[in-house]
Design a protein around this ligand. Structure first.
Ligand code: UDP
Length: 327
């Protein structure tokens, strides 16, 4: 198949491109505006610098290339930024996705894999969520993804030739075990990256946002999933659609989690470094616990995660962060 990967120069997209290049014979074309991604991260395929908001260029691209499948990553992902500038998120994430879907319909691209997020669940009352749990996003980022999901689903209902897999990511972390690619996004706010930067003295200290949650040690619990396992879920999704699988939505997580304290302990262990940790107020909108019920993806996509050990996730994240500092 000829596959378009939008956002393939970014964190998750580049890991998917690597697995596609290593394990499949598909022709890979990467479309990225390089706003946050980097050409160096594209290890396989042909990179085309294109902005999905340039509808004319995107249409010419679809007309000329004739893709069989699209894996759509390109998106803005910073929650506080989405609160400050919602229109940017709805334009970039939702409007561009609507246009991309319309191009698939117009040019006969029958398979669509979409990066969605556990943020569509908002602050769930029950911390372990299934794909049927209520979707009530609490910020424009989550809503921009949920709106895109709706457009994709309705389009598949209307056009028999268009099928999708939507993957709702939980807390993606870690880096390529070969050390070739990782997360380069500046001004990181995600726990594991922040902890690794603190271990490397790139920050003086780090904060624990809330120690009085209703969890075993009082700190927030999340389902951290290694980026290579998440990437392999996309390969399985592609296989599933290739074999004629029905359109569907899947949670992408391990079904178990780690607390903030457990993550910090792990980063200290794998780095061999102690660092300063201070207690802070809870962050607005942070649920106590968010874990994927992953029964459906394990059964339907036959996805076999390999890197569930939190120490391994933190170790690969740390090694990558170390490389970034010496670059
Ligand atoms: N967290 C923290 N300190 C940080 C960053 C995050 O205590 O510097 C906590 C946060 O409150 C949550 C968990 O770590 O309980 C994961 O947060 P992250 O921002 O990595 O992902 P989110 O779950 O918010 O998408």
């Amino acid at each position: 198949m000829k596959i378009l990967v939008t956002g393939g120069a970014g964190y998750i997209g580049s890991h998917v491109v690597k697995l596609l290049g290593e394990n499949t014979k598909h022709e890979i074309v990467i479309a990225d505006n390089l706003s946050t991604g980097s050409a160096d991260a594209v290890l396989y395929g042909r990179l085309v610098e294109i902005d999905l908001s340039d509808f004319k260029a995107v249409e010419d691209f679809f007309k000329n290339e004739r893709f069989d499948a699209v894996i759509h990553f390109a998106a803005k992902i910073v929650v506080p930024e989405s609160v400050e500038n919602p229109v940017l998120y709805y334009m970039n994430n939702t409007v561009n996705t609507i246009h991309l879907v319309s191009m698939c319909v117009k040019y006969g691209v029958g398979k669509f894999i979409f990066s969605s997020t556990a943020a569509v669940y908002g602050e769930p009352e029950v911390g372990v969520v299934t794909e049927n749990s209520p979707t009530v996003p609490i910020n424009p980022y989550g809503m921009s993804k949920l709106m895109s999901e709706t457009v994709i689903r309705d389009t598949a209902n209307a056009y028999k030739g268009f099928r999708f897999v939507i993957l709702r990511y939980f807390n993606v972390a870690g880096a390529d075990p070969d050390g070739r690619i990782g997360q380069c996004f500046p001004n990181a706010t995600h726990l594991i990256k922040v902890a690794c930067q603190t271990a490397l003295n790139a920050r003086d200290s780090m904060s624990i946002f809330g120690s009085d949650f209703n969890t075993p040690d009082g700190t927030g619990v999340r389902d951290y999933i290694h980026v290579t396992d998440l990437a392999s879920a996309h390969i399985e999704a592609l296989n599933y659609l290739e074999k004629g699988g029905n359109s569907d939505i899947f949670n992408c997580g391990y079904g178990h989690g780690s607390s903030v304290l457990e993550v910090i302990k792990s980063v200290k262990k794998v780095s061999g470094r102690d660092f300063k940790v201070v207690s802070s107020e809870r962050r607005k909108g942070d649920p106590a616990l968010l874990i994927a019920d992953n029964t459906k993806i394990l059964k339907t996509l036959k996805w076999i995660p390999k890197y569930q050990d939190i120490d391994f996730i933190c170790k690969t994240a740390y090694e990558w962060e170390k490389r970034l500092l010496v670059k």
